[in-house]
Design a protein around this ligand. Structure first.
Ligand code: SR1
Ligand code: MG
Length: 411
């Protein structure tokens, strides 16, 4: 069904990794000829193998190998996937590094035989979802991600790219199998019965009511059509808080294997939707009302700020484009379109994490079923309100006010 697997393809193992490192001239600046290595496999995502490798003599000399498997790790070999997605990821990381080097891990090389990316080890950083679930605030995140979004989306769009270059880029980033995962898991399955859906039985009445809501399903279908047909910019395609590594000073965006040309609001909405999933999780994760309010204020301020930075940085791009064909009124319409898409697509990304196959730790990691259902119910209500009201949003504050007015319907 997919292109032939490279004849040299073999998943790396902890036994073979040392010889592989020594075979790569690109790593000679990091590792020495006689180095021995420590290595671990740390892939906890849904798709790939991830190895960290350190020189035994000096753990500062280190690299990460991310290798695509020819199937979906979460499910097994009954769900084949083209490993060439690693090429897409390497290409996207290269573009991101050109546009926002401070927020992109450095790629040392891409090996097309092994579908493997060698890149910077971000050991001093934590997956953002984990930090947020522990109630850790990241004071620079909004500035960083707002800039990341504006540059990676604006500079890969028709606003900036030459007419031919843009079309060639769309072709280079054709990514049908990974798009199909999103079409199914984000825009289709949560809104109908399928065996792959996973939610607590206690939540069934709310889920069934949502699935029976024709007007909601109509709005989701509009978002799906837009996702499938509007090649607005090169999106990361999976920009949830598990694809972001942070500490108190830095932000790195990783894992753009779902990258392709799609509406900008898909990435902006992914970040906002995942911050709101975390907001919902703190309904039970932080029982103390004062602490909860403080952390939630951080989350909602982050959403507002990241949008303000996105707008500010995008304004710089508008200044570089053809002002005659792009009057101010059109620019305003364009930015409002991104905001409304972000609300609708972010809402779909929230609802899929509650009802669909692949959940998120913020919510599914809540051990007590009753508490989990309270958080889940709130997240679903936020998702429904955001998508249904999105066309009325002209300012980010309206999106946030709509979300924070929601309450859980469970118990
Ligand atoms: C079946 S793969 C599930 C999810 O993992 C990825 O991170 C994407 O979000 C995908 O939808
Ligand atoms: Mg990923």
């Amino acid at each position: 069904m997919f292109a032939e697997l490279s004849p040299r393809y073999k998943p790396l193992t902890l036994e073979t990794i040392g010889d592989y490192v020594h075979s790569r001239p690109e790593l000679r600046d990091i590792f020495h000829e006689n180095d021995e290595f420590d290595a671990v496999e740390v892939g906890d995502g849904n798709l790939n193998l991830v190895f960290k490798v350190w020189a035994k003599a000096d753990r500062k000399r280190t690299v990460v190998f991310k290798q695509a498997l020819p199937y979906l790790r979460l499910v097994g070999d009954s769900w084949p996937l083209p490993p060439d997605r690693a090429r897409i990821e390497a290409q996207a990381l290269t573009i991101h590094y050109q546009l926002v080097p401070a927020y992109t891990p450095k790629v040392y090389f891409y090996d097309p035989d092994l579908y493997l990316i060698a890149m910077q080890n971000l050991d001093d950083h934590l997956i953002m979802r984990k930090g947020l679930s522990q109630g850790i605030q990241y004071p620079h995140f909004a500035e960083h991600i707002g800039l990341f979004l504006a540059r990676t989306l604006g500079y890969t769009s028709d606003l900036v790219l030459d007419y031919r270059a843009k079309k060639m880029e769309v072709a280079r980033f054709i990514n049908p199998e990974l798009c199909k995962i999103t079409e199914d898991l984000v825009f289709t399955e949560p809104y109908r019965y399928t065996e792959r859906n996973r939610f607590d039985k206690e939540l069934e009445p709310q889920v069934l009511a949502l699935q029976a809501d024709e007007s909601l399903r109509c709005e989701v279908a509009k978002m799906k059509t837009k996702f499938m047909t509007q090649a607005q910019a090169l999106v990361h395609g999976d920009l949830h808080t598990g694809s972001i590594m942070v500490n108190q000073t830095d932000t790195y965006v990783i894992d753009p294997e779902f990258a392709f040309y799609a509406p900008m609001g898909f990435d902006v909405g992914a970040v906002i939707g995942n911050l709101l999933l975390n907001y919902a999780a703190h309904e039970v994760r932080t029982p103390d009302p004062e602490k909860r309010a403080t952390f939630r204020k951080y989350l909602t301020d982050t959403i507002i700020r990241l949008w303000q930075v996105f707008e500010r940085e995008f304004a710089i791009i508008w200044n570089q484009v053809d002002a005659i064909n792009m009057p101010k009124g059109y620019q305003q319409h364009y930015m409002q379109g991104i905001l409304q898409d972000a609300a609708g697509m972010g809402a779909c990304k929230m609802m899929r994490r509650i009802i669909g196959l692949a959940g998120v730790e913020d919510i599914r990691g809540i051990p007590d079923v009753r508490e989990r259902c309270i958080a889940t119910s709130l997240a679903l209500n936020i998702g429904v309100q955001l998508i249904m009201k999105r066309e009325s949003f002209t300012r980010i504050e309206e999106l946030v006010e709509t979300a924070t007015a929601c309450r859980p319907s469970y118990p």
